[in-house]
Design a protein around this ligand. Structure first.
Ligand code: FE2
Length: 221
């Protein structure tokens, strides 16, 4: 099949106690996997095998295909999300250009994280809170359901927090604020955030959608 579930960049136990192994087993192993499988099935149905994940998302947006847009968007969003996190012991403070941008935009790292938490907690129902680079400055926003920066021209993603209930219900029940505090306070992979200042964050969660000639032929019927 064209798209695959990327391995987590750490062990399932590595984010505990802020995010348990059971949460990763379900969130990555079941929910993220389901987006991969549904996207592959829909792509095969439409004869799009071989297109990259970003191409599939934009084509679904332009064609008004909500099922494919949401599943492919969720696949990309999760590919990006896992890279945004790191075990607490490896967490580093932002420095260099990222530290300067945080200071310019928010004053302090704590103020920026408080604003990100506010966006995450205030987002109605399912979606994602985003830290993005917008015309050289940091900006915090959120997107609904499976919507993704891939579908918004010029939106350069730096960091995201998944605020779908499946992200926190096992560890925090309905307490989204406690989940946001734990992740933002302990698990942010600042190295990944800083790397995305090069404007290539979109590529870091893309997938090539390589298909064998037999798969393409099968998809095309
Ligand atoms: Fe999720």
């Amino acid at each position: 099949m064209p798209f695959t579930l990327p391995d987590l960049p750490y062990d399932r136990q590595a984010l505990a106690p802020h995010m348990s192994a059971e949460t990763l087993e379900f969130h990555h192993g079941k929910h993220h996997k389901a987006y991969v499988d549904k996207t592959n099935a829909l792509v095969a149905d439409k004869g799009q095998s071989g297109a990259s994940l970003a191409e599939v998302i934009r084509a679904a947006r332009d064609g008004g295909d909500k099922a494919l847009f949401n599943n492919a968007g969720q696949l990309w969003n999760h590919n990006f999300f896992w890279q945004c996190l790191a075990p607490a012991a490896e967490g580093r403070a932002p420095d260099g250009r990222l530290a300067r941008l945080i200071e310019e935009g928010f004053g302090t790292r704590e103020a920026m994280l408080a604003r990100l938490k506010e966006e995450a907690v205030g987002h109605f129902a399912s979606g994602w809170a985003w830290l993005v680079l917008d015309r050289g400055s940091l900006r915090i926003t959120s997107l609904h359901d499976g919507d993704t920066p891939v579908a918004h021209e010029g939106m350069q993603p730096l960091f995201t927090l998944d605020v779908w209930e499946h992200a926190y219900y096992i560890d925090y029940r309905n307490a989204r604020p406690a989940f946001a505090d734990a992740v933002l306070g302990n698990l942010v992979n600042w190295d990944f955030v800083a790397r995305n200042l090069d404007g290539r964050g979109l590529e870091r969660a893309d997938e090539a959608g390589e298909a064998t000639p037999a798969e393409v032929a099968e998809a095309l019927g």
